[in-house]
Design a binder for this molecule. Structure first.
Ligand code: NAD
Length: 735
């Protein structure tokens, strides 16, 4: 066995130690499942073996399932993919059920062998599902460990018994946050939640687990659901308490997902049904719903974008082949909102930071932002005093450009003004080493134009962060016309160091993310001007799975930002600017001082504490509701296509170079319908032919902005898809 090592000690306790070769983290593969099965069979068949401990040789237990397995199970089943998935899932159930029941006599519940779980660190997905099947769970008091079932985050749900076991252990109510939100818990919290039995010092982990196995009695190893008289905590579905739980849970799920995520609903259906049947039937129910979710194109699209492609981009799928560019010291110019955030994430990643502003007070204020976040972390017991001191010690807040003499990267985040940026660029380049890379965090100014202020434009690049920097996962890297490979590699290595996900795009107005999101908010404002009921607009967006409706989003980012972007775009485009009702709505709110959340007034009303209330009734006074309201689908198509067609145009114009970046960037950058896997995945799910028909219909009814891009027409004509033609497999075949 090469993945699970098997040994038996002098007390007759077998240890199965998971150690996937060549990886720092265990992930479950088909070979891994087979070896775990063989190891268990060997231990249960050997009379000299008293019991088993399952553990890991790595610092963590497991990161989860290698999600490629699911695609393989489906593909291997040929014409009957659902059958392949169902049977594959049932094989996992049999394996984990074997841990629970092994040699036990079904009637007397005697003669089984105790199996304990000794988990040294993080256990996610199948990692925890293995643990849940054992008779006693020991976890090391590792401060970095996270325990949970995050499957829902990639559009599936725990399908290797995790759903059935948590529901049967904790009841539906207590299991809900773990299953439906994919919450990962620190060991002590996992114990508090009842999914772990004991948290022990790391160096005593294995010995404690073995000692338990040695002394375990027959009664210790009967799972509650296998014992006579088992009652589900909180009551089964038909019990009055269970009934209340499901009414509440249904409402909660619908409120949170607006019906847009198939996995959440399927999970709840599975949980409901399994409360009424014996445990082995519950596992079958789980497998059927799991298969149904896997057969939904949304789950493959989410897995592809949020797991496989996100990881590929983080590992440098599009990094030029130049030497390592790990950043040692970064100079950040401008200690405002963005600069302060960039300083924090850099110092947190162990990079030395020089944080510069015009006045010492401003630089210090930028540094104190990090202090505030670290204090918050300390109050939540996530950050120690030593860590706080170390991170703050890495940030040198100053006004002195001489401190930049040994930086290898600059991130400029001063005011959004070409003249100021040009002056700063020149002054900084005089102070930094000749081979340092200069990045600007501009959100709207073309990189190529800003690079004209640089004496070395091949070392000049855009690194566009999103706000708030410490929370947002995406970073957009923008190549100017003259940007060279080393600058791109430097930006990518920096983004890897600060643990964010990069996309690399070419220079064009608003780059990629803002280019797509602006038409979305504009379409919302335009509909207001047409007399579409504002609540219909917001509701339609939510039901598409957008995190915020376009009107709420405009309030959050502020009406004046929208107004300024509109003015700047008009100035840049001149007569070609497509004036619309959206401009009237934004201008009117701007002039009325309804600047959004920060002004406690915008498209929405807010109470004195700033809590959002209802949509502002004044909207309807100014733009009365039209007598005839559009149907929900029309509103949704307008809102979705406004974004998606920009993504396709960005691809057509070579701004976007890789559709994987387009999909991952959309979900992480502005929360684009995560269930869809991103704009290109959504068009593929829809099918090019149908997408063309929708565009043509919208163009006829609402105007040229919905004109179908040629690329999409070509795909429809050829019966092809974006991933079929532009995905990595297609590119590899063409190369
Ligand atoms: P901000 O006004 O909060 O901060 C700008 C800082 O730059 C101020 O502290 C100012 O004192 C300092 N500054 C100005 N001129 C300087 C000079 N000559 N030398 C040193 N420091 C100088 O602005 P912000 O929101 O942090 O934005 C900064 C940049 O980031 C802009 O280019 C903006 O477009 C971009 N950006 C902003 C966001 C956002 O959501 N706010 C998002 C992405 C990118």
């Amino acid at each position: 066995m090469t993945i699970f090592h098997y040994d038996v000690d002098a007390d007759g306790i077998a240890t199965l130690t998971w150690d996937l070769p060549g990886k720092s983290m265990n992930v479950m593969t088909l070979e891994g499942l087979a070896e775990l099965n063989d190891g268990l069979d060997k231990a249960f068949a050997d009379e000299a073996v008293k019991g088993v401990v399952i553990t890991s040789a790595k610092k963590d237990f497991a990161g989860g399932m290698d999600l490629n397995i699911l695609a393989k199970m489906r593909d291997d089943a040929g014409d009957e993919p659902a059958k392949g998935l169902f049977e594959g899932t049932m094989r996992m159930h049999h394996l984990l059920r074997k841990i629970e029941r092994n040699n036990m006599d079904k009637k007397t519940k005697k003669g089984g062998k105790p199996v304990a779980w000794a988990c040294p660190g993080t256990a996610a997905g199948i990692g925890l599902e293995i643990g849940l099947a054992t008779h006693r769970r020991f976890v090391a008091d590792n401060p970095k460990a996270k325990i949970g079932l995050p499957e829902i985050m990639v559009g599936i749900f725990p399908g290797a018994g995790g759903t059935a076991r948590l529901v049967h252990m904790l009841g539906v109510m207590a299991a809900s946050p773990l299953l439906l939100e994919g919450k990962m818990l620190a060991p002590a919290k996992a114990k508090g939640a009842g999914i772990v039995d004991e948290v022990v010092p790391a160096d005593e982990l294995l010995a404690t687990a073995k000692a338990w196995v040695k002394d375990a009695t027959d009664a210790d190893i009967v799972k509650p659901w296998d014992a006579k008289g088992y009652k589900m905590p909180g009551g089964a579905a038909y019990h009055p308490a269970g009934f209340q739980t499901f009414v509440g849970a249904n409402a909660m799920i619908h409120g949170k997902t607006q019906g847009a995520f198939p996995a959440a609903k399927a999970l709840l259906s599975a949980a409901y049904e399994m409360t009424m049947v014996p445990f082995d039937t519950a596992l079958k129910i789980e497998a059927r719903w799991f298969t149904k979710v896997l057969m939904n194109p949304s789950s493959s699209a989410m897995i592809r974008s949020l797991f496989l492609n996100k990881e590929a981009l983080e590992k440098g799928a599009n990094r030029p082949a130049v030497a390592d560019q790990t950043v040692k010291k970064v100079g950040i110019i401008g200690a405002g909102m963005m600069g302060a955030g960039i300083a924090y994430v850099s110092a947190l990643a162990g990079i030395d930071v020089v944080l510069i502003d015009q006045k010492q007070d401003a630089a210090d204020k930028g540094k104190s932002y990090s202090e505030g976040l670290l204090d918050k972390g300390m109050s939540r017991k996530k950050v120690t005093q030593e860590k706080k001191d170390a991170v703050l010690a890495r940030i040198n807040a100053t006004t002195d450009y001489a401190a930049l003499s040994d930086v290898d990267l600059i991130v400029e985040a001063v005011f959004e003004d070409t003249g100021i940026k040009a002056t700063v660029t020149k002054a900084v380049e005089d102070a930094i080493p000749a081979d340092a890379i200069f990045a600007t965090n501009t959100s709207t100014l073309p990189i190529t134009e800003l690079a004209t202020a640089s004496a070395r434009p091949e070392q000049f690049i855009g690194i566009h962060f999103f706000s708030p920097v410490d929370k947002m996962l995406l970073v957009e890297i923008i190549k100017g016309e003259k940007t060279g490979d080393v600058a791109v590699a430097k930006a990518l290595d920096f983004v890897r160091q600060i643990k964010k996900t990069p996309i690399v795009v070419n220079d064009a107005r608003f780059f990629y993310a803002n280019r797509c999101i602006i038409p979305y908010v504009n379409e919302g404002a335009r509909m207001v001007s047409e007399g579409v009921e504002p609540a219909l607009i917001e509701g339609a967006a939510k039901q598409l799975g957008m995190p915020l409706g376009p009107l709420q989003l405009t309030d959050e980012t502020s009406i004046d930002l929208g107004y300024n972007i509109m003015k700047a775009t008009k100035a840049a485009m001149g007569d070609a600017y497509p004036q619309s009702g959206a401009d009237d709505v934004i201008t009117s709110l701007y002039e009325a001082g309804r600047l959004g959340r920060k002004a406690n007034a915008g498209f929405y009303e807010y109470d004195e504490k700033g809590k959002r209330q209802m949509l502002w009734t004044g909207l309807r006074d100014q733009w009365p509701n039209a007598d005839e309201q559009p149907d929900l689908t029309t509103v949704q198509h307008r809102l979705a296509m406004a974004q998606v067609l920009e993504a396709v145009r960005a691809l057509e114009e070579d701004v976007l170079l890789d559709i994987r970046e387009g999909d991952v960037g959309a979900i992480l950058g502005w929360g684009f319908m995560p269930w869809s896997g991103g704009p290109f995945s959504w068009l593929d799910i829809l099918g090019a032919e149908k997408a063309v028909a929708i565009c043509d219909d919208l163009t006829e009814k609402f105007g040229e902005r919905f004109t179908c891009p040629q690329i999409l027409r070509d795909l429809a004509k050829d019966g092809d898809s974006f991933y079929g033609r532009f995905g990595p497999k297609a590119e590899a075949a063409a190369a």
